[in-house]
Design a protein around this ligand. Structure first.
Ligand code: FES
Ligand code: MG
Length: 590
């Protein structure tokens, strides 16, 4: 059944003995034998994203041993290699800058080396999309292995979730309830073991969606990193990739439009991160699948929130696994006809078959469709005269916020406010607590200069806290809006990803302090209450002044990425890269 493996072109090509000898000899020098390399066994890459620089994924260094054993057991040969590390919490100015860099690097490795298949070691936020995007571009048989979340964090008997605790602690510090040392100690309790963020942040989201897309084995996403099931899953994943090579099961057979619509539905039900929009739009483009931003609202908005994890809910990653994980969620959605059950997955079965017997084990952690945490919990895709599109995660609108801004009986879900505009995160930090800014509870905070050009990679800074003096009066959240992103661990109902961004001369660049905005969540519109004439005048003035100013690049990659990036609405991909699809099939082998 097998066709000739592509690794044969390196290791067994009698038409070109010079190159074959050259390719073979150096892979012998650490102990592989000629017999192994010339046996015709599949050569399987282990794309290693873990390292000392990337602690969220570092446990993959240990797991890789079990992946190797699985590969060997199934008759393959493993070659492990490093992927450019991306640590969400460690990389300055933002890890967002590195997703496309890791993507490009991995494309080169998968295309240019003698690999027949690859295990993608995913985990921390951007490592997952970077790996999937590269595998989709090259279209080499690929299976993802999640490193798994950390154990639950605990402090004085309460669950402490990664990331989410920072947003709470910064309010406590602004209110004078916590000092610097106390802040750091409290946050440290949220990271009790190896693994990635234990909240429903971008990592848990993207690992769950990878399973929903069919790119990892069923039931694998939620297993905590230190559990014994995790290395067991690593072993099974290693075995399975060898079979996938023989079956020629490639990402193009799995990453279909149906798979993406399944992922959008699951994202609503789990209360997934807004960053999922950016990463799935990018993955769809690299897969050659038609996906519109409007699909998120059309196929996701009306789906209720079922998973009770922080920041939208109470629990953490261990609880999600114990409750039944992704298959239990998929099964709930299947019962409502909201899953395209025929979508194929890496185990060679359809997602419907994989999940048909899944059940909820802890009913407060994963709710049934009839008793959700919140109705209509998906994203709104907003439009208006300030931007072409922006995204809002409605599942994190707090009761307080709803009461203050969205419950006017004359106009429910509509509010108006006066804007205070910040140009990038430093400007915000300098000005937010200055009483002269006159920020009140009728203010809308706007962050610009934080999109993929203004702040290479797009900064996670739109979820701004109110000034300390307002927090002390009990105003814990103001409406926020901006052209950047926010952390998936944030519980802020901000309006994000305004595209085009200020640095691309979107209208948000023309906004001034004191302008009024009207936000209508019924019609998903943000209207900037200034005249067309005024807008035209301001645009002319800014253009004459040379356009919206943003800081210079600090590294070569920042400059290169800025020159090629698309906007957040289409996934902030490297635009010259998106025309490359299935490159092994279309271009042959190098
Ligand atoms: Fe790596 Fe959250 S910082 S997963
Ligand atoms: Mg993040």
């Amino acid at each position: 059944m097998s066709k000739r493996l592509r690794s044969r072109q390196w290791f067994d090509n009698p038409e070109n003995p010079d190159m074959t000898a050259l390719y073979l000899e150096r892979y012998l020098n650490y102990g592989l034998t000629l017999e192994e390399l010339r046996s015709g066994k599949p050569i399987i890459g282990i794309a290693q994203t873990g390292s000392d620089l990337a602690p969220c994924n570092r446990h993959h260094i240990t797991l890789a041993q079990r992946v190797r054993e699985g590969i060997r057991e199934a008759g393959g040969i493993a070659l492990e290699f490093p992927v450019h590390p991306i640590q969400e919490t460690g990389k300055r100015p933002t890890a967002g800058l590195d997703r496309n860099l890791a993507y490009m690097g991995l494309v080169e490795l998968l295309y240019g080396y003698p690999l027949d298949g690859v295990v993608l070691t995913i985990g921390c936020d951007k490592t997952t999309p970077a790996c999937l995007m590269a595998a989709a571009t090259v279209d080499i048989p690929a299976i993802a292995l999640s490193v798994g979340p950390m154990l639950n964090g605990w402090h004085e008997g309460k669950r402490v979730g990664s990331g989410s605790i920072i947003w709470q602690a910064r309010q406590m510090m602004a209110a004078g309830e916590l000092d610097y040392e106390g802040f750091i100690e409290l946050v440290a309790t949220s990271a009790p073991s190896v693994g990635y963020c234990n909240t429903m942040g971008t990592a848990t989201t993207m690992n769950s969606l990878t399973e929903a897309l069919g790119m990892s084995l069923p039931g694998s996403a939620a297993i905590p990193a230190p559990y014994r099931e995790r290395p067991q899953m690593a072993y099974v994943t290693g075995k399975r990739i060898v079979e996938m090579v023989h079956e020629d099961l490639k990402p193009s057979g799995i990453l279909t439009r149906d798979a993406f619509l399944n992922a959008i539905a699951v994202n609503s039900a789990i209360g997934g991160s807004t960053n999922a929009v950016v990463h799935l739009m990018a993955l769809a483009r690299h897969s050659g699948v038609e996906l519109e931003l409007s699909d998120w609202q059309k196929h996701g908005h009306d789906i209720p929130l079922l998973v009770n994890l922080q920041p939208a809910g109470t629990y953490l990653g261990e609880d999600f696994h114990q409750a039944g994980g992704v298959p239990a969620v998929v099964r709930q959605l299947m019962d409502q006809g909201l899953i395209r059950e025929q979508a194929l997955t890496v185990n060679g079965q359809m997602i419907g078959e994989n999940c048909k017997d899944a059940r909820i084990i802890l009913p407060d952690v994963i709710r049934t469709f009839d008793a959700p945490l919140m109705e209509k919990a998906g994203f709104l895709v907003l439009t208006g005269n300030l931007f072409d599109s922006a995204v809002m995660k409605t599942s994190v609108i707090s009761p307080e916020f709803r009461q203050r801004y969205l419950s006017d009986p004359q106009a429910p879900n509509v509010f108006e406010g006066v804007v205070t505009v910040f140009d990038g995160p430093e400007d915000y930090h300098h000005r937010i607590d200055d009483p002269a800014e006159n920020i009140t509870e009728n203010s809308i905070l706007v962050m610009r200069g934080s999109g993929p050009i203004g702040h290479p990679g797009a900064a996670e800074v739109v979820n701004m806290r109110p000034p300390a003096y307002l927090i002390k009066q009990g105003v814990t959240a103001l409406p926020c809006m901006g052209d950047g992103r926010q952390s998936g661990t944030s519980g802020s109902a901000s309006i994000l990803h305004a595209s085009p961004e200020a640095a691309a001369m979107g209208n948000i660049a023309l906004l001034e302090n004191g302008d009024r905005l009207r936000v209508d969540l019924n019609t998903a519109r943000v209207d900037w209450l200034v005249s067309e004439d005024d807008i035209a005048k301001r645009r002319k003035m800014l253009e004459e002044a040379g356009g919206y100013a943003y800081p210079a690049s600090q590294t070569p990659w920042q400059e290169i990425q800025r020159s090629m990036t698309g906007q957040l609405d289409t996934g902030a991909t490297l635009e010259p890269a998106v025309k490359y699809h299935r490159i092994i099939d279309t271009l042959g082998n190098p």
